[in-house]
Design a binder for this molecule. Structure first.
Ligand SMILES: NC(=O)C1=CN([C@@H]2O[C@H](COP(=O)(O)OP(=O)(O)OC[C@H]3O[C@@H](n4cnc5c(N)ncnc54)[C@H](O)[C@@H]3O)[C@@H](O)[C@H]2O)C=CC1
Ligand SMILES: O=C(O)C(=O)[C@@H](O)CO
Length: 316
């Protein structure tokens, strides 16, 4: 099989999303290199059949297409251009696929700097969470030249149930991803507030989940995230700080253009409060913990200082 059909692929960042993506590529038969700062991530990836390395430079000579799945634009630049970075070892004419959620301007600037070194960039942010990443069932919101889509087609198809081609220019994919993040962040904040309100009103959390998921108030995020509240398990599939970042980008880009986004601003404020309370590395639905006077599943009643019932007003 030619390398165009099964190019040698690298994934930089083996976190909630990158690990599943890298293992999906291994499972689809691609020779796959994975890089992460964290030793335990490298060990898991090696166990899954990939080549695990501690720095991007160590994979540079072995790969033709590289996906960057680190947290933000600064980290993406660091893994490409920083100490131990992918460049200059990556062969000219190789392809970088930027998957982190970034501002469109940052992706455009990255494309210019990579082009100066004869490296091509595809703007390809992702959606679907860690479960779909591991299943090779992501949604990819991509933009860039048609020739790059052709070169990366088999790789993208191994990762995604749906690859949207959103234009020839860099930043168009990221702009659509920011619309998704606006909705995702507002919906998570709303799901948290709804659960907090229901629990405060004396509703049984499990019953509430069953009723709402069969009713008009449901959302993908309510259905996906509320089970973490019910289990009392805030292990991060996507962390609170990811939404401080993402809604921060949405808010800042709109503010720059004098475009009002009141719901985004409120949701951002809730995630920022949660982060300030030390919840930044917990799962994003831990934003429910900022509400006072409720006893969440898995939490002792006296942790909240209230019994959680509608008639207990905290001794007031
Ligand atoms: N978690 C989710 O459900 C989703 C996340 N995203 C986006 O995908 C991107 C990744 O998110 P997550 O996987 O949740 O983040 P994460 O924090 O779980 O993973 C990032 C990984 O990058 C590694 N890393 C950071 N700097 C590095 C460096 N210099 N060299 C090697 N490895 C390095 C970290 O050690 C970490 O394992 C973010 O932009 C996020 O906004 C998009 C869709 C869903
Ligand atoms: O899947 C997405 O799209 C998301 O951004 C969320 O799962 C949270 O990062």
């Amino acid at each position: 099989m030619s390398t165009t059909q099964r190019p040698r692929v690298g994934v930089i960042g083996l976190g909630s999303m990158g690990m599943g993506m890298a293992t999906s590529l291994v499972n689809a038969g691609f020779e796959t290199w994975g890089c992460d700062l964290r030793e335990e991530a490298r060990a898991s990836f090696a166990e899954a059949g990939g080549h695990a390395v501690a720095t991007p430079a160590e994979m540079a000579a072995g790969v033709e297409i590289v996906l960057t799945v680190v947290v933000n634009a600064d980290q993406t630049r660091a893994v490409l251009f920083g100490d131990g970075g992918l460049l200059p070892g990556l062969a000219p004419d190789s392809v970088v696929i930027s998957c982190a959620t970034c501002a469109p301007d940052d992706v455009q600037a990255l494309g210019v700097d990579l082009a100066a070194q004869d490296i091509h960039l595809l703007d390809a942010p992702i959606s679907g969470g860690s479960v779909k990443a591991a299943a090779g069932q992501l949604t990819i919101m991509a933009s860039g030249p048609a020739t790059l889509f052709e070169r990366a087609e088999n790789v993208l198809d191994a990762l995604a149930a749906k690859v949207f081609r959103l234009g020839d220019g860099l930043g168009q994919g990221s702009q659509v991803k920011l619309v998704n993040q606006l909705l995702a962040g507002v919906h998570i904040a709303a799901a948290a507030e709804a659960m907090a309100y229901g629990i405060r009103g004396g509703c049984d959390p499990q019953t509430l989940y069953e009723v709402i998921t069969q009713s008009a108030g449901n959302s993908w995020m309510f259905e996906n995230r509320v089970p973490h509240i019910l289990a009392g398990d805030y292990t991060p599939h996507s962390a609170v700080d990811i939404f401080v970042k993402d809604l921060g980008i949405v808010h800042d880009t709109a503010h720059r253009d004098r475009f009002p986004l009141p719901l985004t601003a409120l949701a951002l404020s809730q995630f920022t409060l949660a982060s300030a309370q030390g919840l930044g590395r917990e799962d994003d639905i831990a934003v429910v913990k900022v509400y006072p006077g409720i006893t969440l599943p898995g939490m002792a009643a006296n942790d909240a200082g209230f019994d959680g019932g509608p008639n207990d007003h905290g001794g007031a």
